[in-house]
Design a protein around this ligand. Sequence first.
Ligand code: ADP
Length: 236
Amino acid sequence: MSLTTSPILEAVGLSKTYPSANQQLQVLQDISFSIQPGETVSVVGPSGSGKTTLLGLCAGLDRASSGYVALNGIRLQDQSEDALAGIRNKYIGFVFQNFQLLPTLTALENVMVPMELKKEKDIRSRALELLDQVGLASRSHHYPSQLSGGEQQRVSIARAFANQPKILFADEPTGNLDAETSEKVESLLFNLNKAAGTTLVMVTHDLELAAKTGRIIKLKGGKLVSDESNREVVTS
Ligand code: ADP
């Protein structure tokens, strides 16, 4: 029963302020929600409403000013930088809007970077398998500059799956892509959710994409203004 499942992610009273010229800029204010394993969730809201900041806090890329994020019951706030890096590598995948691939490494090497397997041979074959899953086995020795935006995004998705994360965060995963490539990337994300049960949390301004997720969290001016199950998706 879903009622007895522990959340994979809990945000409790999250606030974030940044120092600005003569006052503190409050970017997020008292945000709370919890996400169950296997859910697909969109975070929507106007530009500047705090979506990217929220995703960064949830993924342990940044620390809250108050409140906390717990991942599988582990409070990220309480961890040292090293412990946090370990948790990120083990449980979390992150797909950045601008891909953030290392330009001096090939597609294959980019996917290999975060891998925790012991043997180089195993790392290489797992990375190739992931590139194959995103339809890029033939591009494995290309450098990011030799790949299209959609191909770079698919490499970044393969990299995000390097250690079979329990939860994948994606910041505008289709934001920089044309319609056809967006569709490919979308189905890749949803297929990985279905096949591996990976929890998917993505920021998007694309309401059609948001409508395909099971739940939509809406931010406005740094506050959570709605958090609703997407009935169409849930019942279909
Ligand atoms: P969204 O993703 O919804 O567009 P963001 O989370 O990127 O919103 O930004 C929310 C607000 O926080 C914006 O006003 C932005 O300028 C501000 N902000 C984001 N990062 C920083 C930072 N590192 N320092 C200062 N202000 C920031």
